[in-house]
Design a protein around this ligand. Structure first.
Ligand code: GLU
Ligand code: MG
Length: 600
């Protein structure tokens, strides 16, 4: 989750006065990158995935599951082996939670369809190496939200620590769940300090026959309450990054993937439980959104700004958290340019100073407003030693703002001093329990990007409708019960008409809509992919297809079903220690066999 700079992180009182300086320098760094790389051509399609894991410690005799806080030792051990060259084509990274690991392929995959068949084996290798470097009772699970993170009066970490540390001041989470690298506790404390209060997240309770009515937790009635960054950034996901052949293609990819984000969030839904309760929603997104919401009360529109308040932003009120869906399209696409106000139809707050500078530097309006929008945020963590940089070789200040805008997509300029091209990161998907499933969703999205670019598909629709889909994607069993806005006709020159379709229709096609999988199959049939490869790819497409049609449950639906049908469950929405242990053990079993919960 962003760069790990070394140095002394400044507390908020010292960081805030430097915010404008960091933004100004960051914009200069961006301008330098842009002028160097805007005409960079001929980069090849490369892509990679990131998987996030929780290390869970299972005690078979006590029948307990705990989050293991050994991230540092585990990563240290893996790094040593990597340095000796004994890991193979995989690599491991830290994450926010001290119980988390992240793993990626060591080198990116290529666009060759046969490379798509390397994804699952690579994911399996990542997991098996991780497992070998854990204690015998620890297991690496790709669980999106840990059901008992933050339960009261019962340990959920190994070792146990009481809550209420100086960084999060949480009533539920100890600061010891946070990666101890200075960046993370400082992010946590500075988000809280900037906001002026602890973060506050309320998720609706899933009401069962014995659930107390009203259900009273620590927040509003009938909601599960959370109060720390760790509840959000302690969630795991599956992300994909694509290198485009040039900036134009990267901008196209960004725009066309934006309307897909909510659909993929709903399809991969895997997080139906928080703080020991089943929730009435299936995805993590709004939890993380709330968990890093550093907006002040006036930026949230709750109170007028303090007297004498000034800002470079075009408005005091900022409608969304730093972690949220994207706010504007940015491609130089005739469809968009012909009717920009129709598609970019929500209020876009920009940093006026940044906008002017980018404008002067020759950025076109869409690209300038994209970055000027990201630059409405303050840099949360500033390292004293890194304040003064050479803007022609460094991107540190730019990245400070860029990498703490956690949106459904990230448009990534080439890092200075590398031969990496323009990239787009696809960030909404929830991590799936097994490598097969993670590979399936990865293959599906990679192929869909090929289809979008080859057929020049047109998924443009007003951003407000994408946002509406985003809200709907959280609903319990959204795949089965909800419909989503989409462009009626996805041809280039089609009229601006939108319709609400089920995920089944969108993915599998219907009388009204061609369907992503039929489009992918048509694309594959037209390429020279051999039969064996096609057959293998079909297994992945089939899983996605059945998830979309409801023939197979999402992870969220499967977890809810597992909990509610367990003999120890009391129909009261609570996930007890023994039910959680059973769930984690079953997930471990399925993961080792690489057979998806709910079947294939
Ligand atoms: N774990 C976060 C999520 O579930 C993403 C952190 C990152 O950007 O690496 O979305
Ligand atoms: Mg990550």
């Amino acid at each position: 989750m962003g760069l790990l700079s070394l140095g002394t992180p400044l507390p908020w009182a010292e960081a805030q006065p430097l915010a404008s300086f960091v933004r100004d320098e960051g914009i200069e760094q961006l301008i330098n990158i842009y002028s160097r790389c805007k005409d960079k051509q001929g980069d090849v399609l490369l892509w990679g995935d990131e998987l996030e894991y929780m290390v869970v410690s299972l005690d078979k005799s006590a029948k307990t599951a705990r989050l293991s806080l050994r991230q540092a030792e585990i990563l240290e051990q893996l790094a040593q082996k990597e340095a000796q060259g004994s890991l193979g084509p995989v690599t491991y990274h830290p994450e926010y939670g001290r119980f988390m690991l992240e793993a990626t392929p060591a080198a990116p995959f290529t666009g060759a369809p046969t490379d798509l068949l390397n994804v699952q084996p690579n994911m399996q290798l990542r997991r098996s190496i991780a497992r070998k470097n854990l204690l015998p009772n620890e297991v690496p699970l790709t669980v999106t939200s840990y059901p008992r993170l933050g339960v009261v009066n019962s340990p959920f970490t190994e070792p146990f620590y009481p809550p209420n540390g100086p960084a999060a001041r949480s009533d539920f989470l100890p600061d010891e769940v946070i990666n101890p690298h200075a960046r993370f506790p400082t992010l946590t404390a500075n988000i809280r300090t900037r906001r002026g209060s602890k973060v506050s997240i309320d998720v609706p309770i899933f009401v069962d026959s014995q659930t107390p009515r009203p259900f009273v937790d620590h927040g509003p009635e009938n909601y599960i309450h959370m109060d720390a960054m760790g509840f959000g950034m302690g969630c795991c996901c599956l992300q994909l990054t694509f290198q485009a052949t040039n900036i134009t293609e990267a901008r196209t990819l960004y725009d066309q993937l934006a309307p897909l984000a909510p659909l993929m969030l709903a399809l991969t839904a895997a997080s139906p439980a928080y703080r020991g309760y089943l929730s009435d929603q299936d995805t993590r997104w709004n939890v993380i959104s709330g968990a890093v919401d550093d907006r002040t009360p006036w930026e949230r529109g709750l109170v007028p700004p303090p007297e004498g308040f000034t800002t470079d932003n075009s408005d005091v009120v900022i409608p969304k958290s730093r972690y949220d869906s994207v706010d504007s399209y940015l491609a130089q696409d005739p469809v968009l340019l012909a009717d920009e106000a129709h598609y970019n139809d929500t209020k876009l707050v920009v940093n006026k100073r940044a906008l002017k500078r980018l404008d002067d530097a020759g950025f076109d309006p869409l690209l300038a407003q994209h970055f000027a929008h990201l630059f409405i945020r303050d840099p949360i963590v500033i390292f004293r030693e890194l304040l003064h940089q050479d803007n022609s070789t460094s991107a540190d200040h730019f990245e400070n703002i860029q990498s703490t805008n956690w949106q459904t997509l990230r448009f990534k300029p080439p890092p200075p001093g590398s031969d990496i091209g323009w990239r787009v990161e696809f960030r909404p998907m929830e991590v799936q329990a097994t490598d097969f499933e993670n590979a399936a969703f990865t293959v599906f999205i990679v192929l869909l990007t090929r289809v979008i670019l080859s057929y020049k598909l047109n998924f443009y629709m007003p951003i407000s409708k994408v946002d509406e889909n985003m809200r709907v994607a959280h609903h319990r069993d959204a795949v089965l019960n909800e419909t989503f806005w989409f462009r009626k006709n996805v041809q280039r020159d089609s009229p601006k008409e939108y319709t609400k379709l089920s995920l089944d229709a969108l993915v599998n096609g219907s009388d009204e809509f061609p369907g992503f999988i039929p489009l992918i199959r048509r694309f594959l049939a037209a390429t020279s992919v051999d039969l064996d490869t096609l057959c293998e790819l079909s297994k992945y497409l089939s899983l996605v297809s059945k998830r979309a049609s409801g023939a197979l449950p999402t992870n969220a639906s499967w977890i809810r079903q597992f909990v509610t049908s367990h003999e120890d469950y009391k129909q009261d929405s609570a996930i007890s220690e023994s039910v959680n242990y059973a769930l984690m053990s079953e997930l471990d079993r399925l993961t080792q066999a690489d057979t998806p919960p709910g079947g294939t």
